[in-house]
Design a protein around this ligand. Structure first.
Ligand SMILES: Cc1cc2nc3c(=O)[nH]c(=O)nc-3n(C[C@H](O)[C@H](O)[C@H](O)COP(=O)(O)OP(=O)(O)OC[C@H]3O[C@@H](n4cnc5c(N)ncnc54)[C@H](O)[C@@H]3O)c2cc1C
Length: 257
């Protein structure tokens, strides 16, 4: 399922201000945007950021690419990492891409600056009714919709077991590590299992998240499995899980092309 956001129902445009920027890793930052009016969405949905194509201060090649966009605006989709109950807040978790248009825009932002967005978009939301055990598999910033879902499930006092399997290359690339560990120790129904594929001094799981999944999740009869991340990673995880006999009806995914 490649997300074609321009084909999904029209959404309202909102003006926001950057409330806070946090460094999450060497190449990922979180941007907490404050809206002046209420913004309703479901955990797992995404917004589209409207980036002014003139991009003052950007390198010439980035400005040239941005200038080619129609209407003077470049649009990029980002999953909402904050939960729906955080009133008037949209938090994004963004990986910096070298010479990326949106990356350049976001890395120039400062607290108090304006950002325009539209939304909410997307159908990658929790399957109802919530009678099952959700298993979330994320690589990198693909964890964003799952942070929203986990915080939402905690907010509604969901008591079933839930799992977060989070994969990244290096241990210093783990996102929201302290936060997920704190939730898992306070709320016994979250199992948080990070996996690092190129460990240096890491003592936890190593390899790829599909290996961690097959090691820890032996019975999928009462589970719904959600995957999110860059397309090639999601495809490879899907291939391995279906080859291992996981029914495709239990797999729900959002891949970023
Ligand atoms: C539904 C949806 C939700 C998304 N949610 C998020 C999110 O929560 N967080 C997030 O960080 N991104 C997310 N993305 C991806 C995001 O929309 C942008 O594609 C990404 O931020 C790069 O945009 P850019 O303008 O900086 O780079 P561009 O100017 O579009 O790209 C610059 C160059 O870098 C290449 N490139 C782009 N991304 C990568 C990459 N990761 N690694 C290597 N090369 C790359 C491009 O092919 C291009 O050559 C999402 C995408 C979709 C469709």
């Amino acid at each position: 399922m490649i997300i074609l956001f321009h084909t999904i129902m029209p959404a309202t445009t909102y003006h926001t201000t950057v409330e806070r920027i946090d460094v999450l890793s060497y190449n990922v930052r979180s941007f907490r945007l404050k809206l002046a009016q209420p913004f309703e969405f479901q955990a797992g949905q995404f917004v589209i950021i409207n980036i002014p194509a003139d991009l003052p201060g950007a390198p010439p090649d980035v400005r040239a690419r941005a200038a080619q966009s129609g209407g003077g605006v470049v649009k990029r989709a980002y999953s909402i990492a904050s939960p729906p109950h955080e009133a008037n807040i949209v938090e994004l978790c963004i990986q910096h891409v070298e010479h990326g248009i949106a990356s350049t825009f976001f890395w120039q932002l400062k607290e108090g600056m304006p950002v325009s967005l539209s939304g909410p978009h997307g159908r990658f939301t929790l399957k109802e009714p919530l009678t099952y055990e959700p298993v979330f598999l994320a690589t990198g910033t693909g964890v964003a919709p799952f942070r929203s879902m986990i915080k939402h499930l905690m907010h509604i006092s969901f008591t079933n077991q839930m799992w977060l399997l989070f994969g990244c290359r290096y241990e210093h690339g783990l996102l929201y590590e302290g936060e997920f560990r704190a939730i898992a120790s306070l709320r016994r129904n979250l199992r948080y299992i990070p996996t690092v594929s190129r460990p240096k001094e890491w003592l936890g799981e190593t390899g790829h998240i599909q290996q961690t999944f097959l090691k820890h999740i032996t019975d999928v009869s009462n589970k719904e499995i959600y995957l999110c991340g860059w397309s090639e990673v999601v495809k490879s995880v899907m291939t391995d899980l279906t080859a291992a006999g996981i029914p495709s009806a239990r797999l729900h995914y959002e891949e970023w092309a």
